[in-house]
Design a protein around this ligand. Structure first.
Ligand code: GAL
Length: 636
């Protein structure tokens, strides 16, 4: 199947006469798939149980006539105002106890019975209405699940979830260390979500609540999905994940439940930083999809995060999109088709900007549509879409735990450490993927463990087996410290990984000022008093204590980095561990099965080891890329 191309289409924001022009412009741009109706619940069900599908019928018919398929949204992310007024108990309550009101979006409690019932009602109504519509290609359930609620419904559901997890209160009290600060629970009814507290909350309770929020939303997604599967067994059901710093769901778990992994990605960096973040997002998506194709559900034609919404530079819209395709996307979609004239996101760029189709952005959108058409579909094959020799461990639970207050340094940042590991290898042209600590890692040449605070006994044992079997393991500080209940492993850090690494860390010494190591340059934020216990020191702190160590274990090597290095220092460690790549910074070369994507993110001409005929332009590729140029050739 050719690559999908399109975006969120919100025709309800426009008079009907615009719709025909929309379809004509979509055809001009090569659009093949649009997500319709993500926030249209109030227009589809203007009062309880009364449905007004006429407008959506006309939109879908128009799109079908134009040969454009629809990723039809189930609009349950934003209940209508009548619903919120009738069921105030279904409105989100923040941890401070503030009940939010409608007027924005995503204001619901997934545990509220009225919300669940109304959500399933609109899901069924849409499923029954459009099950046979020729435009229907996919179901887009909800939008970016993730709004936590702290109300009494959530509290009741949390208690049910905890009973299943722990069986009895003794186990819960033990897991949460409730003996501290006299929090011992003697009745389930005493347990609440982690609402506003006088001082620090209980970290195990906070982490369990995040797990619960993800599971509770997943339970509701499953209900919606199963209903749709019953009505349309052939139509895939997906939902779009939000990336970056706001992940409220456990994407590894969710990815086993969706028919297609779909992600939204909005880089916060600009230029090369945006390219680095794009590769990171795409590798995460492919990893969640277990190496299979996934969908870029949303991106923007401009930069939308940060203090300024700036245009993407000429060529960047296509280059970012091709990064996603190179790394396994089966389609490239945008938020949104036409930039809105009013409403909260009226300044958000669209594929058709406020200026209209006579614009640079729309011309680039059309050129991208043309380019995507020329990239042939994947041949069916057993091998993975993209080969990666290096895996980076990524576990959202461990990340959530490091977001708690009360840790030994407010500068600990699990996501930043993971991003650095990916970025440093990306810059050297080493293709990486992500893995959960419970995954089988034996196929990877190296595994990086950047600040994985929580780790289970089994995962730690498996890492040891991995190293003994010949793997290279590079662990960074603040890993292996705690068990899955955030309880610290005694006897010296890094707890569960101490033996594998051959070190015993006696004390943490967070740094106020940078220090310079004997090798690998400047270290910031964090340092440790490390004792060698089978490992050798590779770099030392100014006082002489080991800072970077390595230990031969069985056939493999286990490295430990006990401080925060800069990118070049971390790259130096990886190089010593045998992980240096041969790529040039800003030049991205990725092989997707039999196609090689070569993308020049720099402003200079760049030599590349790529020859052949560019499938996009039909021009020969002779080992050089022009500034900003992207080519796709058949692998030889
Ligand atoms: C996404 C969301 C869209 C739109 C977009 C703006 O997170 O799904 O509805 O708000 O952000 O960038």
């Amino acid at each position: 199947m050719p690559l999908w191309y399109g975006g969120d289409y919100n025709p309800e924001q426009w008079p009907e006469e615009v719709w025909a022009e929309d379809v004509a412009l979509m055809r001009r741009a090569g659009v093949t798939l649009v997500t319709v109706g993500v926030f249209a619940w109030s227009l589809l069900e203007p009062s309880e149980g009364r449905h007004t599908f006429g407008w959506l019928d006309r939109v879908l018919d128009l799109l079908a006539d134009g040969g454009i398929r629809v990723d039809l949204a189930v609009p349950t992310a934003s209940p209508p105002p009548w619903f919120s007024l009738a069921h105030p108990d279904a409105l989100t309550v923040t941890r401070d106890g503030v009940r939010l009101t409608h007027g924005s979006r995503d204001t619901y409690c997934v545990s509220a019975p009225a919300y669940r019932a109304a959500s399933l009602r609109i899901t069924r109504a849409l499923g029954e209405r459009y099950r046979d519509h020729p435009a229907l290609a996919m179901w887009h359930v909800h939008n970016e699940y993730g709004t936590p609620c702290h109300c009494d419904h959530a509290a009741a559901a949390f208690r049910t979830w905890l009973r299943e997890r722990y069986g009895g209160l003794d186990a819960l009290n033990d897991a949460w260390t409730t003996a501290f600060w006299g929090q011992h629970y003697s009745d389930w009814a005493q347990i609440t979500p982690p609402r506003a507290t006088q001082y620090l909350p209980n970290p195990a309770q906070a982490l369990d609540f995040r797990r619960f929020v993800s599971d509770e939303m997943l339970a509701h997604f499953r209900e919606q999905r199963d209903l749709l599967r019953e009505l349309t067994p052939e139509v895939p059901v997906t939902t779009n994940y939000v990336l970056a710093g706001w992940a409220s769901i456990d994407h590894w778990k969710w990815s086993r439940e969706v028919d297609l992994v779909a992600v939204d990605h909005y880089p916060s960096g600009r230029g090369t930083a945006a390219a680095e973040q794009t590769a990171f997002a795409a590798d995460l998506a492919r990893s969640w999809a277990d190496g299979r194709p996934w969908l870029l559900m949303e991106q923007a034609t401009g930069y939308v995060t940060g203090p300024r919404m700036t245009a993407k530079e000429p060529g960047e819209i296509a280059r970012h999109s091709l990064q996603h395709v190179a790394r396994g996307a089966k389609g490239v979609m945008f938020f949104q088709w036409r930039a809105s004239l009013g409403g909260a996101e009226q300044w958000h760029p669209g594929m058709v900007p406020h200026t209209g189709p006579d614009s640079r952005v729309f011309r680039e959108v059309c050129a991208l549509g043309e380019a995507l058409k020329r990239i042939p579909p994947d041949e069916p094959a057993d091998e993975p879409l993209v080969e990666a020799e290096v895996a980076i461990l990524w576990d959202e639970e461990a990340w959530w735990a490091v977001q708690a207050p009360g840790l030994p340094s407010a500068e600990l940042d699990c996501l930043a450490a993971v991003e650095q590991a990916h970025r440093v290898l990306w810059r050297q042209g080493v293709t990486t993927c992500f893995a959960h600590p419970s995954h089988d890692l034996s196929a990877y040449r190296a595994v990086l463990v950047p600040s994985l605070y929580l780790i289970s006994d089994e995962a730690a044992r498996d890492l040891g087996t991995y190293v003994r079997g010949g793997g290279t393991l590079v662990v960074s500080f603040f890993s292996g410290i705690a068990d899955e209940h955030t309880r610290i492993r005694p006897g010296g850090y890094p707890g569960a990984l101490r033996e594998i690494l051959g070190v015993r860390v006696e004390e943490f010494r967070p740094l106020a000022d940078a220090v310079t190591l004997t090798d690998f340059g400047v270290a910031t934020a964090w340092s440790e008093v490390v004792h060698l216990d089978g490992a050798e020191a590779v770099a030392r702190y100014p006082g002489g204590g080991p800072a970077v160590t390595r230990r031969r274990l069985g056939e493999g090597m286990a490295w430990y980095v006990s401080t925060r290095l800069g990118d070049s220092g971390y790259a130096g460690v990886l190089a010593r561990a045998g992980l240096a790549g041969s790529g040039a910074p800003g030049v991205e070369i990725v092989r997707r099965r039999d196609r090689v994507f070569a993308l020049n993110h720099t402003q200079d001409e760049q030599p590349v080891p790529v020859h052949g005929t560019d499938l996009i332009s039909g021009e020969p590729v002779t080992g050089v890329l022009n500034p900003g140029q992207c080519v796709v050739v058949r692998a030889t």
